[in-house]
Design a protein around this ligand. Structure first.
Ligand SMILES: Nc1ncnc2c1ncn2[C@@H]1O[C@H](COP(=O)(O)OP(=O)(O)OP(=O)(O)O)[C@@H](O)[C@H]1O
Length: 371
């Protein structure tokens, strides 16, 4: 599937900073459903607070009902949003025509005056973040069966982005708040605002580091090297959250100052991985839970080239690939990291999110052996 319909438009805009939104509006005609501001204002009861679904880094999301009765999520980008017209177009470019049951569908947009609004399919059951890690009132009871489906569905969505699109898409911000749960709890990956086109013929894109601390792959956080394997790393951290019901953003797991991944490695070494399991989970098959945790460790290895592809991850989760444990080289992978020139905030972010974890990596990690 080809999804590069707006590439030219984005680069035109780069050349011409005075490029007007009206001009863009013209360019979008026929490529995506264009809503008027009035249509969306009516759908959301004038963007009324009672319809507010949440607020993200780029603006506020409202629930709306279109004239034809279809429910939508309307993401109004704030005027002061860091997401400029380029990113807006990138988001549209990336998600238009990209359809998969595990991806949130972009239905249309509105580019009128200074308004930049995205219209997505409405996803019923809030974000995984709220359901799993949120306040008690927002929490949803997710049994082991649902958790398997969420892991597998998310993996299939990512596999689609990485392996089945031309050019492939690296999401760049896989995290629990970007996984929405449908009525039947099927996961849908949303928020493609940070996604970039990723042609197969280059090994990585060196780019401004975006994404969320705690989920960031070390080579991406330290060197800005972005490959599909950065998403694989984040997905590994996400599996740990799903199995444990614990947030990767906190650093107090295992009774000491430890991030979730660090604690998991410790439990792995002690052969007590089941301690990680969410205390809210009443029944679960132990061997399967351990397998999922090990897949998470495969995914979040320090060395990007040791991480599996999403194709392999789907196979590992569905038990089509046998896991085998072998000696490997993870520690010291980033000893040569050059942090000169990084601001103290950048250094803190890097160390918080990655180095402490990397330093505690054991000598033995697992390798995938196809059956
Ligand atoms: N398509 C949707 N259907 C239902 N609710 C949605 C939809 N999209 C977003 N939401 C709700 O709006 C909230 C904010 O979403 P948004 O994508 O703007 O930010 P985020 O992912 O939480 O954070 P960030 O922008 O920093 O990544 C989500 O947590 C979710 O509760």
């Amino acid at each position: 599937m080809n999804c590069s319909c707006f590439g030219a438009l984005v680069s035109d805009r780069n050349k011409d900073p005075a490029h007007s939104l009206q001009h863009i509006d013209g360019a979008l005609q026929g490529k995506i459903k264009l809503f008027t501001y009035n249509e969306l204002s009516t759908a959301t009861n004038n963007f009324h607070a009672s319809n507010k679904l949440g607020r993200g880094g780029f603006g506020t999301v409202y629930k709306g009902i279109l004239k034809n009765g279809i429910q939508v999520a309307v993401k109004a980008l704030s005027a002061e949003s860091k997401q400029g017209v380029n990113e807006f177009l990138t988001e549209i470019d990336v998600v238009t025509n990209v359809k998969h049951p595990n991806l949130v569908e972009l239905i249309g947009c509105c580019v009128q005056g200074n308004n930049r609004i995205l219209v997505y399919e409405y996803v019923e059951n809030n974000s995984l973040d709220q359901a799993l890690l949120g306040r008690k009132s927002n929490k949803i009871k997710l049994d082991w069966g649902k958790r398997i489906d969420i892991c597998l569905g998310t993996a299939r969505g990512l596999k689609f982005l990485h392996e089945e699109l031309e050019p492939p898409i690296v999401h760049r911000d896989i995290k629990a708040s970007n996984i929405l749960l449908a009525e039947d709890f099927a996961p849908k990956i949303g928020d493609f605002g940070l996604a970039k086109f990723f042609p197969e013929n280059i090994t990585h894109i060196s780019t401004r580091v975006a994404g969320t601390t705690g989920y960031l792959a070390p080579e991406y956080a330290l060197r800005g090297q972005l490959t599909k394997k950065a998403d694989v790393y984040s997905f590994g951290v996400l599996i740990l959250e799903i199995v444990s019901g614990r947030s990767s953003a906190k650093e107090n797991w295992g009774g000491k100052q430890k991030v979730l991944l660090e604690w998991t490695w410790e439990l792995y070494n002690e052969k007590s991985l089941l301690e990680l399991v969410d205390p809210d989970l009443e029944e679960y098959p132990e061997d399967e839970v351990v397998r999922f945790i090990k897949v998470a460790l495969f995914c979040s290895q320090a060395a990007a080239n040791r991480r599996p592809s999403m194709n392999q991850v789907v196979a590992m989760l569905s038990k089509n690939i046998r896991l085998n444990e072998k000696e490997l080289t993870a520690p010291g992978f980033f000893e040569d990291a050059d942090l000169s020139g990084k601001s103290s905030t950048q250094k803190k972010m890097i160390f918080d999110s990655t180095s402490r974890t990397i330093n505690s990596f054991p000598d033995t990690i697992t390798e995938i052996i196809p059956r």
